[in-house]
Design a protein around this ligand. Structure first.
Ligand code: ZN
Ligand code: ZN
Length: 281
């Protein structure tokens, strides 16, 4: 089978290594097809996405690298684009750049904008997450989490991203179940609702090992319950490492493949430079 990974960051955003270093790392690990997916510029001041004035350079460099290494690896131009829960939109600059991309990942990292103008994030510190819930949801965690999954589903049906990024990122700051009980019926209902909309949208669900690399196995996205439900719904899957450094380019890929086989999954999605096709594992 073709070895693939469509979620790779670079130092255009918060990745540690250059685009070329990430590509060379993928070549040395025998990947056949990869996608570079730096964080698209955000509408808000931040230190982790690509700045707006770097976007055209990013697209140009992708084209150059694609050609430079085309006999060794198939490189696809992507971006990880944020969907904003509070406006139900992606940024206008992201919409404009879509035509220059082979594919994109739709993700939600922002909880909303707080009264001081700062963004509260889902996956920043626990304090920042807590503050966001207090300010934007009057401390009602269940409401925030349900809104998150509803937004994931709405993003899928409204914008049809090729890939839905780390579907249950909302659990990142919940390692001791201190914000909500992941076994609660309402929680299961919330993510199931998102899965049903993803199925309707035709988007691919990624199994994302980036959180596991950085924060431990609890941050493997999605959790097993969600993965099993996605398999039951026959949602197409792909394995991505959300790599922010060269060491993470194929992190846990083999074990995830084994797990998928154990769960009787026999195909994953692969981008052949023109379209997504399923390939046997
Ligand atoms: Zn992300
Ligand atoms: Zn990412």
């Amino acid at each position: 089978m073709k070895k693939t990974n469509y979620h790779i960051h670079t130092n255009y955003c918060d990745g540690q290594n250059s685009m070329e270093d990430m590509i060379l790392s993928a070549i040395s690990r025998n990947f056949n097809s990869i996608g570079i997916s730096s964080h698209a510029p955000l509408d808000y001041q931040n230190d982790w996405t690509m700045p707006q004035d770097k976007l055209s350079q990013y697209i140009e460099e992708l084209t150059l690298q694609k050609n430079k290494y085309r006999t060794k690896i198939q490189i696809n131009s992507g971006l990880e684009i944020d969907y904003y829960m509070h406006t139900k939109q992606i940024s206008k600059s992201a919409i404009r750049v879509l035509k220059n991309l082979d594919y994109w990942i739709g993700s939600i990292h922002c909880l909303g904008v707080m009264s001081n103008g700062e963004v509260a994030y889902i996956d920043d510190t626990e304090e920042n997450f807590k503050e966001g819930i207090e300010q934007l949801y009057h401390g009602n965690v269940q409401k925030a989490v349900c809104n998150y999954y509803e937004s994931i589903g709405d993003m899928a049906v409204k914008f049809h991203p090729d890939i839905i990024g780390h579907i249950d990122l909302i659990k990142k700051n919940n390692s001791h179940q201190q914000f909500f009980n992941e076994n609660a019926e309402w929680y299961q209902k919330a993510w199931r609702g998102a899965l049903i909309k993803i199925k309707q949208s035709g988007s691919i669900l990624e199994i994302n090992t980036g959180g596991a690399f950085r924060y431990g196995i609890r941050c493997l996205y999605p959790s097993l319950d969600i993965l099993k439900a996605a398999i039951q719904l026959q949602i197409p899957l792909t394995i991505d490492t959300d790599a922010h450094c060269i060491q993470a380019v194929d992190f846990m890929m083999d074990s995830i493949l084994d797990e998928l086989k154990f769960l009787n999954v026999d195909t994953v999605m692969y981008y052949n430079g023109k379209k997504w096709i399923s390939q046997k594992i």
